[in-house]
Design a protein around this ligand. Structure first.
Ligand SMILES: O=C(O)CCC(=O)C(=O)O
Length: 283
């Protein structure tokens, strides 16, 4: 059974107008700390030998290896672009070198499952009109101190396309996010500008971008979303957003969860796929 509406009419109106919503104090500090501790454990148990998959939205072709493409139903680790010396050795400790963990933490790890599947999140997603939710993708993003890489302007529908488009991204701040340590920036109302591109599997293997509209986003309209630990930022699937490099001494850890509606088609050409033995689930 669902709780009462989480969102007011005014908040739903703001989400429809701006394409995002900032909900302070959505998660309590202890839940944030438990998730951070679990992520730390996962990294500590991860053996990086043989895995040098560098993640950068600017250079997707470099990441289009099997390790990345098969990560839709796994827990996999991706390094910061600047993590390595030219000879392939790490510049700093393993725990300070990981860019993110993805993409099925919510289904494979009990701590992430518990964080992701709460009545409160279920109600939030329902308030936003996702009637038959499926938890598609989860990522733990470290935004490491000093070497945290930029995530260039994009919208999530490029990567997680559905037809019709029904995609909500939930970005949980597990630490305070500031301009200094690489908070999110978004273009208010930019979700009305339509889909720019799709990131897809290529017929011959690997991936490619299919460009739908090559006009540029008005990036001069980007606004910083500085938020406190425990805040969730709700992102419409078409909202243009980015995060800049973190050159500060503080990390900016966040957890993201992407939810689609089972009534929409999820194309087999999307980069992120699941094996038949591990179908998507709701809350
Ligand atoms: O957390 C970040 O730095 C960016 C995350 C993001 O834009 C995304 O996951 O779509």
């Amino acid at each position: 059974m669902l709780l009462r509406m989480n969102l007011s009419e005014a908040q739903i109106t703001a989400y429809d107008r701006d394409g995002f919503l900032v909900l302070d104090n959505f998660v309590d500090d202890e839940a944030c700390d438990r998730l951070r501790a679990r992520a730390e454990e996962l990294v500590s148990d991860f053996d990086p030998r043989g895995v040098v998959s560098i993640f950068s939205t600017q250079e997707q072709t470099r990441t289009s290896d099997d390790y990345f493409l098969e990560s839709g139903d796994k827990i996999r680790f991706f390094f910061e672009e600047n993590a390595f010396h030219p000879d392939g050795t790490l510049r700093q400790s393993k725990r300070r070198s990981i860019n993110k963990i993805g993409h099925a933490l919510h289904d494979l790890d009990p701590a992430f499952d518990g964080f992701s599947r709460t009545p409160k999140i279920k109600q939030l997603v329902s308030d936003l009109g996702i009637d038959d939710p499926l938890l598609l993708q989860s990522m733990y993003i470290f935004k490491q101190p000093r070497i945290g890489g930029e995530v260039s302007c994009h919208h999530d529908a490029t990567f997680l396309y559905t037809e019709p488009l029904r995609l909500v991204g939930l970005w949980f701040a597990l630490e305070d996010a500031t301009i200094d340590n690489g908070c999110l920036w978004a273009i208010p109302g930019g979700h009305t500008l339509g889909l720019k591109s799709r990131f897809m599997r290529s017929d011959g293997g690997g991936t490619r971008f299919e460009v739908i509209d090559d006009t540029r986003w008005p990036e001069e309209k980007l606004q910083p979303l500085e938020v406190k630990k425990g805040t969730v930022i709700v992102l419409h699937g078409l909202l243009p957003h980015l995060s800049r490099e973190n050159r500060s001494p503080k990390s900016r850890q966040a957890y993201t969860l992407h939810v689609i509606d089972a009534s929409s088609d999820y194309p087999a050409s999307n980069w992120l796929q699941r094996s038949p033995g591990m179908p998507l689930n709701g809350f």
